[in-house]
Write a protein of this length. Sequence first.
Length: 135
Amino acid sequence: MKILKNILAILAGIIIGSIVNSGLLELGNHLIATPEGFDNSTTEKLVETFHLLKPANFLTVFLAHGLGTLVGAFIAAKIAVTKKRLFSLVIGVLFLIAGITMVFIVPSPMWFNAVDLILAYIPMAWLGWKLVGSK
């Protein structure tokens, strides 16, 4: 039963963290207007129009990545029966891999890539574990 709960912890962390990430990305587009001509309806159109984004637009992307990881790691640690820190960090690594993948797909500025990859994943996963109150 412990193994099943730990597997559920990873799956729930990935799914809920991804939902938070996607939701914040969508919300961010409404809070901070995207420039005229920007289109993220497909990956190809996103790549073509990405250069139109302003630094303020990257704030919501960073928050989505960071908070999605934080919530996913928190959920994983909350559900996991054993090794809560490990499960939180697994979520962080999985989201980091997704972030690295996006660096190769979407031509974003190097300053954003550095900030995003260094601060939005592993530190947020660690914080998610700490918020559960585990030792």
